[in-house]
Structures are given as C-alpha cells and as structure tokens.
Design a protein around this ligand. Structure first.
Ligand SMILES: Nc1ncnc2c1ncn2[C@@H]1O[C@H](COP(=O)(O)OP(=O)(O)OP(=O)(O)O)[C@@H](O)[C@H]1O
Length: 706
C-alpha cells in the first residue's frame, strides 16, 4: 500500500448515533479513507529495518530499546554520512519516525558539531521544553535537562556550559541573531518543522543561510544547516537553499486509521463531544484522546461539557481526566498534559494547534480533528489585523493525525468529509504573507537588513512591507522610509519582545508619568483574557465586577481589576473565583509584567505612577495605538480613522451601548460583523498631539466629514 498511513481495522462505518448523553449531540457518521501518497525523494530504504512494533507494548521495553525501534535508527550511518558530506540538507520523514529526538543525538555522538553546539528550532515552547526533557532522559547517566541537552524559550533558559544540544523556539534563535548575526555559538542548526512557516522561521531561513555564506567566505568555523519536516514542499525548500540535497526517511512507527465524516458538520464543537463519547464508550480506559479545537473559550467550553457528561451515571466508560492546552496558559500548566494517567483513567487533552507538531504525548490512541484553526490575518488595504477561525491545510491535518501512532497504533477522526479535506489548501499560507510586518521590519533593521531586500523564501506583498515602514516612521522608530535607519527610540523598541506599538507605549509612559499603570495594561493585553464570562451567570458577573468598571473603557477597567488583585495576597484563588477572573491568565500577566519591568529598568526608564490620573494613561496608549482609532458618525456607526472601515463595539466591552465620540481599540475580531475589542475613550484634541504627521494626512479629514 503506498498510502502515507497504512490502515487497519474492519473498514466498517462507525455509527455513533446511539449516545445516551444529554443534550443529545448530533449523530456523526464516519467513513474510513487512505492517507496521501508518500512524497518521492531520495529514499533511505527500510531493507535493514527491525521488525515492526505494531503490536508491541512500549511499557515493556526500555527507553534505549525504544530508540532502536524507531525508523531512523537503521539509517543512522547513512544519515551521518550525508550530513558530513553536505553543508545543507533537507530531511523529510514521517511523523514520529525519530527526526527531532534522534538526529541531534546522532550528530553529537559522531561529534560532527566539533566544538560548537547543535541548535534545533521549534515553532512553540511546549515542543522545545518537552522534547529537550525527553532527549535528556534518553541520554541516561543521571543527566537532567540543562546538562548536555537544554532548552531556551521566552523567559526561560535551561542550558549550561556543558550543553551541546539546545532546543529553542525559532523566536529565541532570532533574538540571539540580533546579538550575533553569524550565530557563531552553533556549528549545526536544525530548522525543525519547517513546514509551519511562521514569520520567525521564514526570517530565520534567510538569516541562517546568510550566516553560512558569510562564515564560509571569511574562513570561519563552517555552519551546517539541516531542514526537517514530515510534510513540506521539498522542491520549494531545496530551490531556496541553493538546490541542496533532500533525503526521505522511509517508514513510520505505527499505523494510524483515518476516518472522515459522511456529511459536513458545521458545529464542530458538538461533533467533537459526540465523537469523544463514542470512543469513550468503546475503548479501554488507558486509550487516551487528543482533540484539536481553535481557542481557549471553545476549549474550556468543551472541557466543561466533557467533565459534566462523563459523570452522568447514564454514560458508560471509565473515569475521565480532562486537560486543556492553549498558548495563554503558563508553561507549568501546559506541561501537565504530559503527566501519565493511571491505567483505569481516560485522559482527554483538548488543545489548539499548539499540540499539532513535534510533540509526543504518550498514551494518545485517538485524535479528533475539528479541521479548524484560529489565525491572524492582516489586510494592508484595510489596515485591519483580523483574528479569524478558518480551515486548516492538508499539511496541518496530517500533522494532527501524526500525534497518534507514536507509541502504538492509533485512529484519527476528522470532523469533515473527504471532499472537504480535498478542498483544503495543500500547505498553510506562510504567515509572512498574511501578517502585519511592522515587527519583522524592525527586527531586521536591528540586524542592519532592509525587509525589501531580504532573501525571503516567499516574498511578502510589497505593499505590506511599505505599510510596515510607514508605520515604523509614524511610531518614530525610523528617521524616514527611504533610508530606514533606526532612531534611538527604534533601538530601544527592539529590546522589548513586543509588537512595536506596545514597545512605543511603554517607552512613552515615563513622559506621561504612568509607567507603573501602562506596564500592567500592556502585560494584561499580552496574555489571553483574564475575564471569565459564563453565559448563565451574566448578571452575577456584571454585579460583582461593577466596582471595577470605568467610564474610560476596558483598559482602565482591567487596570482596576489588577490593582485590587495585587492587594489580595494569599487569598488570590478565592478572590479570582469570586470575581470570575481567570487566575492562570492573571498570574501569567503578573509574570510578563515583571519581565517587562526588568527591561524598562535596564533601559533607564522611571517607574512613575499617575495614581488616579487616567487621562495620562489614555494619552499614553494613543502614542502607540493612534492608528487604531474609530469615530462615531451621525448614522451612529463607528468608522476607523485609518482606512475608513465600518466597525462596531464588541458586546463584551464596558463601552458597549455608550457611544463615545472617539474610541481607541486594541484589536478587531471578525465574527458576524467587524467588532472592536478592548477600548478606551479618547479626546479628539489628543489625536494631533499623539501623532501629528499621521493625523495631518488622513484621519482628521474623516473626522471633519461627520
Ligand atoms: N516525550 C516522549 N515520551 C515518550 N516517547 C517519546 C517522547 N518523545 C518522543 N518519543 C518517542 O520517540 C518517537 C520519535 O519522536 P520524534 O519527535 O523524534 O519524531 P519526529 O520524527 O520528529 O516526529 P514529528 O515530525 O511528528 O515531530 C515518538 O514517536 C515516540 O515514540
């Protein structure tokens, strides 16, 4: 069979219409289908492979034995030979075949990195931390993470002088490149999960490629580059990396069954609950389940439903442990999904695309894939950056499927039809082509590179780059768009791991005497919402939070909440519970706040407080968010001053129903309408003062028309 995933089972359709749960979920019918055909490249064949482990039990074999059963194991020598001979190499191999955990260890055991280190980039921190922990464990000899194997993620560096293999997020390697653009600490850089095409990875491609060339031309220690993935467009990558060699590692660890629904289901939340209980009723207790949904709210809602329904005496199945996984959680909370469950308990993990690539969660037998993801898309023409739920790509679907079949056979239920799958885009559109580039343009300038002339694998639209430079100019980060050299303010802005608009706000805060307040607000905006809003408790929530509400809007309301939270001390858990505040998120905000405060102190900023002078805070917010202002027109509609888009105030805002003349907003969310979220009222006369050039050109005209 030449399918990517071999199929097992009897091929019967599964009918899960006979659930005994309330409310009764829509019955879902599934069809089973083959996976895609394997990519054809130079193959390292399996002739010397060990027998399949398809019916094996990983708990009976040691960690070292497990390593020898992985598909990459038999190709070790051939792989090392290829790595030795080629300075750039693409490695394509099935999910779970052992690329990420084994190849760095092979390189290290053959000392191919000489005196340098091996860096392996990951798109997300969960992957970097969990893989480094696993690889340290595989090293044995009492080694722990931070010895030979370590990791670096934002706000956490677990490495030492002894570290030879370093897993790090692509964002962290990019930050390291700002201090040394030749990345001399490393002699081997592995760009893993290259198919993800995050902005950071795309920028890294160019940086690493350039570092390799410059090091060669200057006769410095050579740099080896390895690009890895299970699902990438090899020809496209090879062309970009000077037609480098690609190798395909054949073989996967265990097969995964793939099922599609018979008909489309718009309500994927209910469909995921229904599918979970179908599995729950039939599968042994230690068969765990991983569900992919799109965001925190949705995940918590489904988690709640599963918790409640699984306790219903009418529902058959073992006890359930429900775990959630999304970006806004503190790292320690995220890592709990890796804790093994007792044999008599079913673990279900409900996750965003965080768990989509790289990670291995042992015990996962079933995947339920909603087929949806929440993604940010920027439209230079409208100036709006929208957060939207959309269909995943086929590559993402295969990555999600690949989270099963890693320690035993698995099954993946796709909550969409085969033809819906075929209509999905093959690959994810690179983030660089759909994002606001202000941050990237600034980061590149810090490296002395102009984004227009950067060697991108896929060039972003030119108008997006031009808009980014115009915004940097308006923010005061560059002198002028043509020469694009960083001002001293721009140099300061680079120091913050934030969107330049928020760095600007922090850097302006001392002038307004409100850095203490603004640090809190920016931190709260950097994490997921701290506000819980259970739909059946709306009035109660409204009443208890009334004391925090500010007529100036959501930013000041959030500030009021945080101020009281900081004073409750030991009782913070019960205080959060009483006020419907998400404790995890507010604690995360506190952590971010202390990191940002440290950077501000290092930058010599005065930690001043404006007490109750909230005008100062709102004026300060305007110094970074002046492009995000909307004005109320005579027909009671809000229109953005920037690109004159019709927008509405989100019902969750404290300003909903109040109609102030000018509002400053943090973001736009597209659902049935374009909604502004997280707002503050501002005064017309402050606009000119905050950004004279900007308001001279376009927006005042709009204001006068109304
Ligand atoms: N934390 C872990 N606990 C237990 N087993 C693990 C762990 N991490 C990896 N493994 C085992 O090692 C195998 C190889 O994992 P690895 O991440 O190296 O694969 P990969 O080829 O990089 O996959 P992907 O493309 O999905 O990232 C897994 O299939 C699993 O059997």
């Amino acid at each position: 069979m030449d399918s990517k995933y071999s199929l097992i089972g009897n091929g019967n359709k599964l009918n899960i219409s006979q659930f005994k749960i309330k409310p009764k979920p829509t019955p879902i019918l599934f069809n089973r289908r083959n996976g895609p055909s394997s990519p054809k490249k130079v193959k390292l064949n399996d002739s010397e492979s060990k027998p399949s482990l398809a019916n094996g039990n990983k708990f009976k074999i040691s960690i070292q034995e497990q390593r020898t059963k992985l598909p990459v194991y038999d190709k070790k020598n051939k792989l090392l030979d290829l790595i030795k001979r080629h300075n750039t190499l693409i490695i394509l191999g099935e999910t779970g075949s052992g690329k990420t955990t084994q190849i760095p260890q092979y390189i290290n055991s053959a000392r191919l990195q000489n005196n340098g280190k091996i860096a392996i980039t990951q798109p997300r921190r969960v992957a970097a931390v969990s893989i480094a922990t696993r690889v340290a464990q595989e090293f044995g000899n009492g080694q722990t993470v931070g010895d030979t194997v370590g990791y670096t993620v934002r706000f956490e560096d677990v490495t030492s002088k002894r570290t030879k293999i370093k897993y790090l997020t692509d964002g962290m390697l990019l930050r390291e490149a700002m201090f040394d653009n030749l990345l001399m600490e490393y002699t081997v850089i592995i760009l893993d999960e290259a198919h993800e095409r995050t902005i950071n990875t795309d920028v890294l491609f160019g940086i690493v490629k350039n570092a390799q060339k410059v090091r060669e031309s200057r006769n410095l220690e050579p740099l080896k580059i390895i690009i890895m993935s299970a699902t990438m467009d090899v020809d496209h990558f090879s062309k970009y990396f000077n037609n480098c060699q690609a190798v395909y590692l054949e073989g996967r660890t265990y097969p995964v069954n793939v099922f599609y629904t018979v008909k489309p289901h718009d309500d994927y939340q209910t469909a995921s609950v229904a599918t979970f209980f179908k599995i729950h009723r039939e599968a042994p207790a230690n068969h765990d389940v991983l569900i992919f949904l799109t965001g925190q709210e949705e995940i918590e809602a489904v988690a709640h439903q599963i918790r409640v329904l699984s306790k219903d005496p009418e529902v058959e199945g073992p006890p359930v442990r429900v775990c959630t996984l999304y970006a806004a959680q503190p790292s320690s909370q995220q890592m709990t999904v890796f804790n093994p469950s007792p044999q008599n308990l079913r673990k279900v993990i409900i996750s965003t695309n965080i768990a989509e690539t790289s990670v291995t969660i042992t015990g996962i037998k079933y995947i339920i894939d909603s087929g949806m993801v929440k993604a940010r898309t920027y439209h230079p023409a409208t100036g709006l950056e929208l957060l939207k739920v959309q269909r995943i790509s086929q590559e993402q679907a295969w990555q999600r499927t690949g989270r099963a079949g890693r320690d035993s056979e698995g099954t993946c239920y796709r909550l969409y039809t085969r033809s819906q799958f075929e209509m999905m885009q093959k690959s994810t559109i690179p983030e660089i082509q759909r994002a606001n580039l202000t941050s990237v343009a600034l980061q590149l300038l810090a490296l002395d590179i102009h984004a227009l002339y950067f060697d991108f694998m896929d060039k972003p639209p030119e108008d997006a780059i031009t808009t980014a430079f115009e915004q940097l100019k308006l923010l005061g980060a560059i002198d002028n768009v043509e020469s694009s050299s960083l001002t001293s303010l721009g140099e300061q802005m680079v120091k913050f791991p934030l969107d330049p608009r928020f760095s600007k706000i922090l850097l302006s805060a001392s002038n307004f005497g409100c850095l203490v307040e603004v640090l809190t607000i920016v931190s709260l905006l950097s994490v997921e919402s701290i506000l819980l809003s259970p739909p059946n408790k709306r009035e109660q929530v409204q009443m208890i939070r009334q004391k925090f509400f500010s007529a100036y809007g959501d930013h000041i309301t959030l500030l009021n909440i945080y101020r009281e939270f900081s004073n409750v001390g030991q009782n913070c858990r019960s205080w959060c519970h009483e006020h419907y505040i998400n404790m995890r998120n507010i604690l995360q905000a506190r952590e971010v706040r202390s990191q940002l405060e440290e950077i501000c102190t290092r930058a010599g900023l005065t930690l001043s407080s404006c007490g109750s002078q909230m005008e100062q805070v709102r004026r300060c917010l305007l110094t970074g968010l002046f492009m995000n202002v909307a004005e109320l027109h005579r027909d009671r509609q809000y229109i953005t001053l920037d690109k004159r888009q019709v927008v509405s105030i989100h019902p969750s805002s404290v300003l909903h129903g109040q109609q102030p003349h000018f509002v400053l907003f943090t973001e736009v969310v597209q659902t049935t309408k374009r909604y502004l979220r997280l707002l503050s009222t501002v005064e017309g006369e402050w606009l000119q003062e905050a950004a004279p050039d900007y308001f001279r050109t376009h927006s005042i005209k709009c204001a006068r028309e109304s």
